[in-house]
Design a protein around this ligand. Structure first.
Ligand code: ADP
Length: 758
């Protein structure tokens, strides 16, 4: 119910519905009014009958004084049944106590000089209801006392029905719908809104609706709403509304528009709240995924960018900005022109324009200038279009990877490959790659050397083990072991059997390929020229020593005959003795050379006889002592021990060692020899106190023609074959020879011979 001051009503009373205006003027004189009552009453009645649906004049107590005809007709009542009785007791009102009470309250209020408006529903007849907009106006007399009450009722049934229909409709809308008064207070919120918030229509009234909004949003929403109300313009805001039962919040988009009359006065606000939770969530997810993308983009060691379909940059990571020194100020082709290497720019721009035109995946390599250092580095750029569901490109995602180091490595690799190829294809050295015993690749030189063809290689007909000459198998296996242990092979000499069966002397070295542990790359040098030279040298030595031996033997014979004749004649010829000594030395040298030739040819003969080593040692020492008076030869630890072998050859071993010991210890006085024996072996040691042998030379002194190049040693005559012959003889007797030495202090040669020869 709405009420207001009757003083205002005295000037003008408005009915909100239908624009009805009743004016009661207080300017008439009392006497005239008395006369005019019957007339005016009739006039009022007539007027009111025509303008109001219902009109009743009541005493301030609510007794009916006058009543409009329509009202009586509606209820099938006669005037006298109603006039003079309390209006509240009439059938229109008495059917329901709350309605009756409503009227009673209005009468009471009006009798206190207030104009009362209210809407109600009366029942003129059984089963017929009417919705009314009632106005109860007190009429005051000159003393400002309430003289009577004017009751007007406007039939608003049709409007009410329409409103109800509208409400049903509005309640059925799958959105929240609300209406607010021009001042912004809530008037109505639809069923859905009430169901969701669990608030009653009364709770939502006024500013109650704000309670359904998330506390964090309330202040903002209130401000937006109030400014919309003040401006009279549309209202739009996103807010979270609390679900009444679960207490959870969902996001809504609230929209409101003012409904204005022809004069532009706001009559009402209509508004809706649309659930945008899913959209919000999606937005949130997008934001998170965008954030994730950016975090990732900042972390990766690449330049990362996103670009709009028209080629404008959307985002670049820090690295990108560091390198190009830009904050997206440069756009499109400019950025490229400024930073891409002049040699790469045209190709890059062409590719870029093609990419924007076709939407194909983009990949390009170019040099990009680092804005900080001015240095160009190679980058690999890739860009991928991201499309929406219709296939339209919405964005490009791109990365630039610094491939400069990779490029350099590639270049270095290319160069080293070129070098390797040059080496492979040079005709100097034969190269093959072996997997186990199979040759899987070989250069032309190796094929030419061995007489095999590429076809043979492809067909797997090349097996280096099978190509190795049988007498080099042992040496080759030893080399294999070395390769296993050290991953590389010290070059060694061997022979391959060529395709045509001929022998090829070679020098072979090899290395295990690091990344293919089963593959070995082998370098093969044709050694045949050297070998041939060696053979010629050997042949010459053999021939020369043969040629020299016969005249020498003849010379020796003649000098000894001469010596005998002179002895017979009791003549002394010291020169002849020294001649004989020199001839003997010469003969020994020549015989040594001959022995070497025989060893080379495998023709050095050995006898098999029992040898008393102890006796042999003493014999050799005695003979030597007679010739060489400079040193004292001490033989120690004589044990009677014997073995089967060649006595002369073994004698040759000891003679050689003793003569070396004397030769290479010019300032020493003694040489020690000792003999010791165990059940298995006999050990002979020859020790001097002479020059000694440097460590690195100790293995080589047993090689043919090897002599230590030290000037003091070189001054001592020799051919470098003595130890070679010694080691060959010891080897033949299945023994070993080793040397211990300290330069400047002396050397000890030790020969170990097994007791039982098999
Ligand atoms: P050579 O005829 O030169 O003595 P050998 O084969 O007997 O040839 O010896 C080879 C080399 O070994 C010698 O040239 C010498 O340098 C070194 N050598 C051999 N025996 C001794 C030793 N007892 N003391 C020092 N050096 C030795």
């Amino acid at each position: 119910m709405v009420s207001h001051n009757p003083d205002q009503a005295a000037r003008a009373t408005h009915s909100d519905y239908g624009g009805l205006t009743l004016q009661f003027h207080e300017v008439r004189a009392r006497a005239r009014r008395q006369e005019m009552v019957p007339l005016s009453e009739q006039l009022y009645t007539d007027i009111l009958e025509t303008i109001a649906d219902q009109l009743v004049i009541l005493t301030p107590d609510g007794i009916v004084l006058a009543i409009s005809q329509r009202l009586l007709e509606d209820a099938h009542l006669r005037r006298e049944e109603v006039v003079g009785n309390p209006f509240t007791e009439t059938p229109w009102w008495s059917y329901a106590p709350p309605v009756q009470q409503q009227l009673r309250a209005a009468i009471e209020q009006a009798s206190r000089r207030e104009i009362v408006h209210f809407e109600t529903r009366i029942r003129p007849q059984e089963g017929w209801y009417l919705d009314l907009a009632v106005t109860m106006t007190p009429h005051l007399n000159a003393d400002r006392q309430v003289e009577y009450l004017i009751y007007t009722g406007l039939d608003i049934t049709a409007r009410k029905r329409a409103e109800e229909g509208l409400r049903v409709l509005v309640d059925a809308i799958p959105q929240f719908v609300w209406m607010r008064r021009p001042d912004g207070s809530s008037e109505y919120a639809n069923q859905r809104w009430r169901d969701y918030t669990n608030m009653t229509a009364e709770q939502a009234q006024g500013n109650g609706w704000l309670q359904a909004i998330h506390p964090d949003d309330q202040q903002r929403i209130l401000e937006v709403w109030q400014s919309a109300v003040q401006a009279g313009g549309p209202y739009e805001a996103e807010l979270r509304l609390r679900h009444g039962t679960t207490g959870g919040y969902r996001w809504f988009l609230a929209r409101g528009v003012p409904f204005k009359d022809a004069q532009g006065t706001i009559l009402k606000w209509f508004g809706t709240n649309t659930d945008i939770e899913e959209k919000k969530q999606a937005e949130l997810q997008l934001k998170t995924s965008e954030q994730n993308f950016r975090t990732l983009a900042e972390m990766v060691p690449q330049l990362v960018w996103t670009m709009w379909p028209d080629g404008r940059l959307d985002y670049t990571n820090q690295r990108y900005r560091d390198v190009t020194l830009t904050n997206l100020t440069l756009e499109g082709d400019d950025i490229w022109r400024q930073f891409v290497h002049p040699e790469d720019i045209e190709r890059t721009l062409a590719l870029r324009h093609q990419l924007l035109r076709t939407g194909n995946i983009y990949e390009n390599e170019y040099r990009l200038k680092d804005g900080r250092t001015g240095e160009y580095r190679w980058y690999l750029t890739r860009a991928l279009p991201v499309r929406d569901e219709t296939g339209q490109i919405i964005k490009w995602f791109g990365t630039g990877t610094d491939i400069d180091d990779q490029k350099r490595i590639e270049e270095a690799l290319r160069q080293s490959r070129e070098q390797a190829n040059a080496l492979m294809n040079s005709s100097i050295i034969g190269i093959f790659v072996g997997e186990k015993e199979q040759i899987v690749d070989a250069n032309d030189t190796f094929l030419r050397m061995t007489g095999y063809t590429r076809e043979d290689l492809r067909e797997g007909r090349m097996n280096w083990m099978q190509m190795t000459s049988p007498e080099y198998l042992a040496r080759t296996q030893q080399a294999e072991q070395e390769l296993d242990a050290q991953q590389s092979l010290t070059p060694y000499e061997k022979e391959y059997v060529c395709k045509d069966g001929s022998r090829l002397p070679v020098l072979v070295g090899g290395v295990l390929l690091q990344h293919h542990s089963f593959q070995v790359i082998t370098f093969v040098l044709d050694n045949s020229a050297r070998k041939e030279l060696e053979q010629r040298k050997d042949a010459f030595i053999s021939m020369a020593s043969h040629e020299l031996r016969n005249p020498l033997t003849a010379l020796k014979l003649q000098t000894s005959l001469l010596h005998q004749q002179l002895v017979k004649q009791s003549l002394q010829a010291p020169a002849l003795s020294s001649m004989q000594t020199q001839i003997n030395k010469l003969i020994r040298l020549v015989e040594d050379l001959l022995d070497v030739s025989k060893i080379q040819a495998g023709k050095l003969g050995y006898r098999q006889e029992r040898v008393d080593l102890d006796a042999l040692l003493h014999e050799v020492a005695d003979t030597m002592q007679q010739i060489e008076a400079t040193h004292t030869i001490v033989v120690r630890g004589a044990t009677s021990c014997s073995l089967v072998g060649d006595k002369d050859r073994l004698g040759q071993v000891f003679t050689n060692l003793l003569s070396n010991a004397i030769k290479y210890s010019p300032h020493a006085r003694t040489i020690e020899m000792d003999l010791s024996a165990s059940d298995e072996a006999v050990t002979i040691r020859v020790q001097d106190h002479g020059l000694g042998i440097p460590r690195e030379k100790r293995d080589k002194i047993f090689d043919r023609f090897y002599r230590v190049a030290d000037p003091r040693q070189k001054a001592i005559p020799g051919l470098g074959v003595g130890l070679y012959i010694v080691s060959e003889i010891v080897k033949h007797h299945r023994g070993t020879i080793t040397v211990e030495s300290e330069p400047g202090k002396g050397s000890t040669f030790q020969v170990m011979l097994p007791q039982k020869r098999t």
